[in-house]
Design a protein around this ligand. Structure first.
Ligand code: AMP
Length: 541
């Protein structure tokens, strides 16, 4: 027997309609590419998203069409999130930090019909335009006065396009399984693969993201997403904050420590989210200038492992709580968050840090397991580690256009991460499976080695990689960037490891460099680093 509740599809347009009605005067503030501050409300944003929807229809964008963006976090990008998906088209957020060829590949593979771009990217796109086979027109996110002279064919001005329409528009209703967004993963090998979200998956994910034990979003908060809207939907914040009516602050391209800190203070930001590299810059800036955070309570750190030294630093020196989260583009992206349980209430601060350094627990909606190389499930004892598999309603079932074949294993999505899970369900990533260091048939966690290195006061950033060894298969070395003006020798750093790891985990060598390679999403690029160290010889080999 079916129940008797209303059938109402879960649609993205309902988020902004709700925010307009219930949080109409709550602000959305943007530091624009133009350099100034723009502020308006959810009500204004909804109005403009409706005008944009009409403009898209006038450009004959239809259900299922892909509309691409190359844009920073800002109110116009936010309007596109709602205007495009709201009419049943698909917003394809492209990461501008990718190589030109990758951007062209992605736009062609996605068969994008229009490309909306920030002023910053006009030069880049002019070069790529001859390669972009399906794009009918380019819309530059600015007003008429700032429209640049451009060689882009069929270039249009966003403000003119939007303002030519009125806001008399009712969002259409359609199947909640309709695609709403497309985001390509920057896989380390092969071509990027597209993850295609649905309205349903996005809404359920936003609910889960907002929960107290996940991102804990509330209408009393002010959230500044540093994580870009072109990286896994800015971890759901443009959806989750809209659902809850949170004041949002968009930093545009201004992501240096000074700009971010300034916005935190002037807008009274209570929560922010991003990858560790951004927080490293912020932490250094704030320390160097003897500043503090007056309103910031929580920093969500994910995308790469949050080093325990960073978690400690923010708490002990600035009273800011770090919420360690893990996820991936294929998971919309939230997988786990490291909030504590009641049993930790009386734990020492050190013990709390130990729990927080793990990547966290899964909210309802994410099912996890760890398996050995034969696919046998491993126990949750905090020690056994293996391949991490996930399943749930906001996790991908296959890639766009079936790229790469069926990714699932018996209904589970293999994350490519290696992890252990403890008896309380706290998961800890020990490595990307491609990055584990295999020594004498055993595995060494590169993340553990890196976390220890960055706890040394003279180390800014560190990467551990395996180097081929004639006897042991591989041995770890450490590649280190020192903090400006700080000194540490190879021997001092190795001594720092004593007592912290098993002897056979000890790095064989330390190599100091000026900088480490990063991917387009701000993660250490171990692939590039291994290539750089291809001809490196271990002292013992
Ligand atoms: P992306 O799809 O670009 O967001 O990358 C997802 C991958 O980033 C995951 O599979 C992990 O390898 C890595 N990752 C994300 N969050 C964390 C974290 N908190 N700790 C360690 N690795 C992480």
């Amino acid at each position: 027997m079916h129940g008797l509740m209303m059938e109402q599809p879960l649609l993205i347009s309902d988020l902004i309609r709700h925010a307009d009605r219930h949080h109409g005067s709550t602000e959305i503030v943007s530091k624009r590419v133009e350099g100034d501050i723009h502020r308006y409300t959810y009500r204004d944003a909804h109005k403009r998203a409706r005008k944009l929807a009409k403009a898209l229809l006038a450009l004959s964008v239809k259900l299922g069409d892909r509309v691409a963006t190359l844009a920073w976090n800002g109110y116009r990008h936010y309007e596109l999130y709602y205007g495009v998906s709201g009419i049943g088209a698909i917003i394809h957020t492209i990461n501008p930090r990718l190589f030109g060829e990758q951007i062209a590949y992605i736009a062609n593979h996605g068969e994008d019909k229009y490309l909306f771009l920030d002023l910053t990217f006009v030069g880049l796109v002019e070069k790529l335009a001859p390669e972009l086979k399906t794009i009918k027109g380019y819309v530059i996110l600015c007003d008429r006065a700032r429209m640049p002279k451009t060689t882009l064919p069929n270039a249009m001005c966003y403000e003119e396009l939007v303002e030519a329409q009125d806001d008399r528009y009712e969002w259409p209703t359609f199947d909640e399984r309709t695609a709403c967004g497309l985001c390509y993963t920057s896989g380390t090998t092969g071509n990027p693969k597209g993850v295609l979200y649905t309205h349903r998956s996005t809404i359920i994910h936003a609910y889960a993201a907002a929960l107290p034990d996940t991102l804990n979003l509330s209408a009393r908060d002010c959230v500044l997403p540093v994580v870009p809207m072109f990286h896994a939907n800015a971890w759901s914040l443009p959806y989750g904050c809209t659902m809850i009516g949170v004041k949002m602050v968009f930093p545009g391209p201004h992501l240096d420590g000074k700009s971010v800190h300034e916005l935190f203070e002037t807008e009274h930001v209570s929560m922010s989210a991003g990858v560790p590299t951004v927080w490293l810059a912020l932490l250094n800036f704030v320390k160097e200038n003897k500043l503090k955070f007056s309103t910031l309570k929580t920093l969500v750190i994910g995308g790469s492992a949050a080093p325990p030294a960073m978690i400690r630093g923010f708490r002990n020196e600035f009273g800011v709580n770090v919420l360690h989260a893990w996820g991936m583009t294929e998971m919309s992206p939230l997988g786990t968050a490291g909030t504590l349980k009641a049993k930790h209430a009386d734990a020492s601060q050190e013990d709390k840090f130990t729990v927080q350094a793990r990547q966290g627990r899964a909210p309802f909606g994410v099912d996890m397991r760890i398996v050995d190389t034969q696919g046998r499930e491993l126990p949750w004892d905090g020690k056994a580690f293996g391949d991490l598999h996930v399943r749930g309603p906001w996790i991908t079932s296959s890639y766009f256009k079936g790229e790469g074949g069926d990714p699932l294993k018996g209904g589970w999505f293999p994350t490519g991460d290696v992890a252990n899970i403890d008896a309380d369900g706290y998961m800890q990533i020990t490595d990307r499976s491609k990055d584990v260091i295999k020594s004498g048939g055993e595995w060494i966690s590169s993340i553990d080695l890196e976390n220890i290195a960055v706890a040394h006061p003279a180390v800014a950033e560190a990467a551990a990689i395996g180097i081929v060894h004639p006897k042991w298969d591989e041995r770890p070395i450490l590649v280190v960037v020192k903090k400006a003006g700080a000194e540490v020798s190879r021997e001092e750093l190795l001594k720092f490891y004593e007592g912290k790891i098993a002897k056979w985990w000890m790095p064989e060598d330390v190599v100091f460099v000026n900088e480490l390679p990063h991917t387009a999403t701000g993660k250490l690029s171990k692939l590039n680093l291994r290539q750089q160290f291809q001809s490196y010889k271990l002292p013992s080999a």
